[in-house]
Design a protein around this ligand. Structure first.
Ligand code: PEP
Length: 253
């Protein structure tokens, strides 16, 4: 049975004094909850990873980074490595987010190199893929998704150590959510690709998250789809009451 994952991607938001307040409030919200069927992940900006980890140690959520550099270490000013995350005992790291692809020219080859580094360091990658509005309108969504998967997972062995996030770019931060049916259709394609590229039991174990304007109002319908195993949430994860509400809805499913 796949657990539901509710992951918050804070992106480049929040100031230091707000972080503690948010995380303590989240911890309080999680305190009395039965999280047997739900994993909660918070992915803060890297300066806040340490405090987030410290608070997570006494709470019921996991911590993820938003990106790593694909090199081991060295003269890459401003970057962080998978080994650094491992040394902080972090669990997850987002890679290939569409904003990284768009603003920092992150290619499928780079995502593949980052994935390898994360696996070498026992960090679970949350691999983001998704099509643009133009690509959807051209009817090439499936082709784009499959080629992103082929690129990101080239020569990668999977063994319960990866999460995939389908994030249609036209739905990210736009308020436009994919309908549950639109999202399910692509999630099923991803699951089929996993089965064909690996094995049926691997395909059944990998969590596939949806991302794109997920909020308390639409989370239930999306999570009810058979191949949607959770959400990667941007905007709504910055509001602790909305984020907690989504966790509550997931717990009650
Ligand atoms: C995201 O960037 O991962 C995301 C899904 O953002 P939002 O929820 O704001 O659309």
């Amino acid at each position: 049975m796949r657990k539901i994952i509710i992951a918050g991607n804070w992106k480049m938001n929040m100031l230091f004094p707000e972080v503690e307040e948010f995380l303590f409030e989240l911890s309080d919200e999680l305190e009395g909850k039965d999280l047997n069927s739900v994993d909660v992940i918070v992915c803060p900006p890297s300066p806040y990873l340490e405090i987030t980890s410290d608070i997570a140690n006494d709470s019921k959520f996991y911590v993820g980074a938003q990106n790593i550099n694909e090199n081991n270490n060295g003269a890459y000013t401003g970057e962080i490595s998978a080994a650094m995350l491992k040394s902080m005992e972090l669990t997850y790291c987002i890679i290939g987010h569409s904003e990284r692809r768009k603003y920092f020219s992150e290619s499928d080859e780079m995502v593949n190199a980052k994935l390898k580094k994360l696996h070498e360091n026992c960090i679970v990658p949350i691999v983001c893929i998704g099509e643009t509005l133009e690509q959807r309108e051209q009817g090439i969504t499936k082709k784009i998704i499959l080629s992103q998967l082929d690129g990101a997972f080239k020569d990668i062995k999977i063994n319960n150590n990866v999460v995939i996030a389908y994030e249609p770019i036209w739905a990210i931060g736009t308020g436009k959510t994919a309908t549950p049916q639109q999202a399910q259709e692509i999630h099923a394609i991803i699951r089929k690709w996993l089965e064909e590229s690996y094995k049926k039991d691997i395909a059944e174990n990998v969590s596939i998250l949806y991302g794109g304007s997920m909020k308390p109002e639409n989370v239930k319908e999306l999570l009810l789809q058979s191949d949607i195993d959770g959400g990667l949430i941007g905007g709504a994860s910055l509001d602790v009451s909305k984020f907690s509400k989504m966790i509550e809805i997931a717990v009650e499913l």
